[in-house]
Design a protein around this ligand. Structure first.
Ligand SMILES: Nc1ncnc2c1ncn2[C@@H]1O[C@H](COP(=O)(O)OP(=O)(O)OP(=O)(O)O)[C@@H](O)[C@H]1O
Ligand SMILES: [Mg+2]
Length: 600
């Protein structure tokens, strides 16, 4: 029952559309039923019956008062038959309209559900804290957003279809009972038998579906990694080895898929055998009733027509269970994402005009509960407008420290303060609003150059964007493109050099005009000219803002007010360049080996 509840919750927003569709299904069934009865009448007429049921029905409201009900001769019989036939065509036309409206409503529910499910999942994924998202595989999240949503939608579709089919089945059985209760009882007995077949197979489908989606996630993940990392694969000649892995992933998926196919394929024939057996039984029973005089030919024909109309809705109910079981696995996978914690963007205080003083009070941090401390007892103060350079060996904890400032992660112990206010008390929206981060590798998104810069402030005007680009020394190369700021980036747009990408990222930061600027300097050196441009724009951005910079350039450390030297998560030395160099410690060593890189 629990799965049904889950599905009912999904379709709840569409209950009016579904109710209307159900009414239409009732109407359609009524028309179909009347049509079947009329068919039976035609047969009874041909068989020489004197008082066909339709005539009796029509006579009730005295509409047929002037009509000769006891047919005097063949002419009358043909006239009545023609009337019935024309009535039948009219019925089918009206039924067609009703079923059009029903299909339209149902599909609208389906597509709306798909859109809602996908949107809410996307919103959820964007709200995941970085610490949580790093525990998820990208490909798997993508599978959940694309394929699982599709499965879920299919089960919503099947669900509303099944509801309508139940209405139809109920209506048709009612018509059968109305026409001949004995024969109807015989038919009715077969319905539960089909239900059992459907149930047993459905359970197996669900199990293999969950597994299939999981394996699809693995395949998508690998695909995504291999496309993204193709350069590395080629550089190391690892294409073949990777392909073998991929091959075994798809093999696992294929096997699970075929397991599901076997059950699926079994379902149609099994249901059909049961149904045909049922129909044969009912038909035989009907013939026997005719022989004993308890039934007319017309009644049997009407019954067979009604029975034939039962097949489709019964099949749909059967499919519903299988598709629904399949979708259920997906519903669970989607629900699992919704169950992950979210970042609460608006909880906490809003800091209006930050000055930009940043203080670390005895901060320790680790990425996971059972992991090692990545930062240990870090204390520091960056006064408003100061530049703090972070240097240290790879893995010393520089990036981790930087990422704690906008609270991408929460410190395990100690606190980080903005203008003396614990950042835990400040709403993330407000906190991050005062900061801009330029990472080592700039991510540019599909879209135009202007859109990419505007990421920092979506409501910025065109001239604001250009002003920011100018300050980032990016205006010159952007304006040189034929479409200028409207040039699309990547794929089918321009490809930007490393230095150009960085300057776009810097333009973003300028547009945001933050109080606190966080910069993870690229380790790879650019060509001399780009390098000079990038350095100039960094210098411009650092002016009058509190800046934390992970430094790889000599020019950067020379401009810093303080240099913090990190080793294994601790700050081991601090001070200006000259002092640290003279002390002859770790800094002097790093200076000799690292900091010259990329400097002329
Ligand atoms: N997302 C993460 N999850 C778990 N551990 C991480 C994560 N990011 C970094 N670490 C670990 O934290 C430690 C510090 O990493 P961090 O990235 O802060 O170093 P870094 O000083 O920036 O080094 P580099 O100069 O190479 O960029 C390393 O031991 C690293 O393995
Ligand atoms: Mg780093």
């Amino acid at each position: 029952m629990r799965p049904l509840v889950a599905c009912a919750r999904l379709v709840r927003p569409h209950r009016f559309a579904i109710a209307t569709a159900l009414l239409l299904a009732g109407l359609t069934t009524a028309l179909q039923g009347v049509a079947a009865l009329l068919m039976g009448d035609v047969v009874d007429l041909v068989d020489g019956a004197e008082f066909p049921l339709a005539a009796r029905l029509l006579q009730a409201p005295r509409a047929f008062d002037g009509f000769q009900v006891t047919l005097a001769g063949p002419d009358d019989a043909i006239r009545l038959m023609l009337t019935i036939m024309v009535g039948l065509i009219g019925l089918v036309a009206v039924k067609g309209l009703a079923s059009y409206a029903r299909t339209y409503l149902l599909e609208r529910v389906t597509y709306r559900t798909m859109r809602r499910a996908r949107n809410s999942l996307h919103r959820k994924i964007l709200s995941l804290p970085l610490g949580v998202i790093s525990t998820q595989r990208t490909g798997d999240l993508m599978t959940r957003s694309v394929s699982d949503v599709q499965q879920l939608t299919a089960s919503v579709h099947a669900f509303s279809n099944a509801l309508q089919s139940l209405v139809t089945i109920g209506g048709l059985l009612a018509f059968m009972f109305f026409r001949n209760w004995l024969l109807a009882t015989g038919t009715f007995l077969f319905v539960p038998l089909i239900a059992v077949v459907i149930y047993v197979l459905g359970r197996r489908i669900r199990r293999s579906s969950a597994r299939f989606q999981r394996e699809l996630g693995a395949v998508t993940s690998r695909l995504e990694q291999n496309i993204g990392g193709l350069r590395a694969l080629k550089a190391f000649g690892a294409e073949h080895a990777e392909h073998l892995h991929f091959n075994s992933d798809t093999l696992a998926m294929y096997r699970t898929g075929m397991r599901r196919v076997r059950v699926f394929a079994l379902q149609g024939p099994t249901t059909e055998v049961v149904m045909v057996t049922g129909m044969a039984g009912v038909f035989g029973f009907g013939c026997w009733l005719i022989l004993t005089g308890a039934l007319t030919f017309g009644a049997l024909i009407a019954h067979v027509f009604l029975g034939a109309m039962l097949v489709d809705p019964l099949r749909k109910v059967g499919q519903f269970y299988a598709v629904f079981q399949q979708g259920l696995a997906s519903i669970e996978r989607i629900e699992a994402v919704h169950g992950l914690p979210s970042e609460e963007m608006d909880a906490g205080r809003v800091v209006q005009d930050a000055r930009g003083q940043i203080r670390f009070d005895d901060v320790s941090f680790r990425y996971s509960h059972d992991g090692e401390d990545v930062l240990r007892g870090v204390s520091l103060v960056a006064e408003e407008g100061q530049t703090v350079a972070l240097v240290g060996r790879s893995g010393a904890g520089k990036t981790s420290l930087l990422h704690l400032i906008p609270r991408f992660y929460a410190p395990t112990a100690g606190s980080i303060l903005l203008d003396g206010i614990d950042t835990r008390e400040i709403s993330l929206h407000s906190l991050r609003g005062h900061m801009a981060l330029v990472p080592q590798d700039t991510t540019l998104f599909a879209g135009t150059v202007a859109e990419n810069i505007r990421l920092a402030r979506p409501d910025a005007s065109g001239s604001d964007v250009q002003a920011a680009a100018t300050r980032a020394f990016a205006d010159e190369f952007i304006s040189a493109f034929a479409d200028g700021y409207d040039t699309p980036i990547g794929e089918r747009g321009v490809r930007l050099s490393g230095g150009q990408r960085q300057r776009i990222a810097i333009a973003r930061a300028f547009l945001k005009d933050p109080r606190v600027f966080l910069l993870d300097e690229a380790t790879a050196s650019l060509d001399a000219e780009s390098e000079a441009m990038v350095q100039k724009s960094f210098a411009e951005l650092m002016r009058d803002r509190t800046t934390f910079v992970i430094a790889h350039r000599l020019s950067t450390v020379l401009h810093a007010d303080t240099i913090l030297v990190m080793d294994a998560g601790r700050i081991v030395e601090r001070g200006p360049h000259g002092e640290l160099l003279a002390a002859g410690g770790l800094y002097a060593e790093l200076f000799a080996t690292q900091l010259r890189v990329g400097d002329a």
